[in-house]
Design a protein around this ligand. Sequence first.
Ligand code: 5GP
Ligand code: MG
Ligand code: MG
Length: 179
Amino acid sequence: MLNDIQEVLYDENQIQQKVSELGETISREFEGRNPLVICVLKGAFIFMADLVKKITIPLEIDFMAVSSYGQSTKTSGVVKIIKDLDVPVQGRDIIIVEDIIDSGLTLSYLIDVLERRNAKSVTLVTLFDKPTGRKVELEADHKGFILPDAFVVGYGLDYAEKYRNLPLIGILKPEVYEK
Ligand code: 5GP
Ligand code: MG
Ligand code: MG
């Protein structure tokens, strides 16, 4: 699996350190508010699990699955809700936990949906950000690492459903997906 990685961008320790910092920031910001923390499946599942352990205030969690990429490494611009939330968001403070923001299409769609359902507030947390890939204006409230415009895998992020279990984030060798 590691043979397919061209370059490791951040290793397990660097990621855990950053996740701890984000957890502390969110704990302070949401003190006394009982937020609903939404994991955007599947990519954010590892970040979500690690992050909520570093948040020290009461919260609730839910999951949502959306798709925009299919099997490809480029966005199609089409966002589809595959699995919706189990609980209503009306009047709730929402924290969206995302793995990576590239074009911003997925998240701007999701934020729109939650605002139309009358969430009280929507806060966006992403572990990775590729700002040069934006097709719509979108800025996360809290972000971990800024990445170059390359296709990355690991720490929950896949290529064709593989590599999610790598504990690090790295650039996939182009020959892997050009095959
Ligand atoms: P966006 O809508 O911002 O273009 O990105 C939508 C989703 O595509 C992200 O949440 C993530 O799941 C996936 N994605 C974007 N960039 C990458 C990348 O470099 N690697 C992987 N594995 N997934 C990505
Ligand atoms: Mg995602
Ligand atoms: Mg994917």
